[in-house]
Design a protein around this ligand. Structure first.
Ligand code: MN
Length: 248
């Protein structure tokens, strides 16, 4: 693959964290853009994230074709990742999940919006992509590049898009930031439903969201990552793998 073992171990850790924190179950996946080949990305063979080992990681072309799968099956929805990497050169990690608290916001007119400062990074404008709009009645899985490109267009420059009746896609400039946003997206969705049950909700204003993003340091992600590594039973690598952590 021509990439360091550290990067592979980091991607395994991301899989285990997302499973441990309840963002993915047997389904859902996370990828990184190839550190030395921007036209490729790395992701596990089709396997539950909780079970993934370094040997499971495969290399994919930007069109979602495995470079050398050696007979191992790929996730049918690998195109989600391909579509985002193709459309967003600055994105270095993508998470696709069916995180349970997020689903209600994809099937109702109620918009998912930040209710907690830690969740500001999901942004104030989270679109919902409906596969039926362009592709009619399907099994809702994104199993080709045409669907993936449509989803990426709905995502636009944002960090998060919901998928009606299905889940969400989270894109980030680093793996740790994408995982952070995926975990806190689930928390925000849960809290927003609880707040809504109590009465009208006061969301973070756009100005507050921007202020949160301006003052958030790489330390935020590192502090969370160290704890999640501990909970997932994975070693914590103190060195950020992808250079300076930037903001979406
Ligand atoms: Mn899915």
């Amino acid at each position: 693959m021509g990439i360091g073992q550290d990067a592979l171990e980091e991607l395994v850790t991301a899989n285990r964290i997302l499973a441990r924190e309840g963002v993915v179950d047997a389904f859902g996946h996370v990828s990184i853009r190839h550190p030395g080949r921007p036209d490729r990305f790395l992701m596990s063979r089709a396997r539950a994230p909780e079970c993934i080992e370094p040997d499971d990681l495969l290399e994919y072309g930007i069109d979602g074709t495995p470079v050398d799968a050696a007979g191992r099956p790929s996730y049918s929805e690998r195109f989600i990742h391909a579509g985002v990497y193709e459309a967003r050169p600055e994105v270095r990690a993508v998470v696709h999940h069916h995180s349970p608290s997020v689903i209600p916001f994809g099937v109702t007119a109620t918009r998912l919006r930040p209710v907690l400062h830690m969740c500001a990074s999901m942004g104030s404008d989270i679109p919902t992509w409906d596969s039926r709009t362009s592709f009619g009645d399907t099994n809702l899985l994104v199993t080709n590049l045409a669907m993936a490109r449509d989803l990426a267009a709905a995502l636009g420059p944002r960090p998060v898009a919901l998928m009606r009746g299905h889940g969400a896609v989270v894109a980030g400039p680093s793996l740790r930031e994408a995982v952070f946003n995926a975990v806190y997206l689930e928390l925000n969705a849960d809290l927003q439903m609880k707040a809504h049950a109590l009465g009208p909700v006061t969301f973070l204003s756009d100005g507050e969201v921007q202020a949160c993003l301006r003052t958030r340091a790489a330390y935020t992600f590192e502090r969370a990552w160290e704890r999640w590594c501990r909970r997932a039973g994975r070693p914590y690598d103190e060195r950020p793998m992808e250079g300076p952590l930037t903001r979406v």
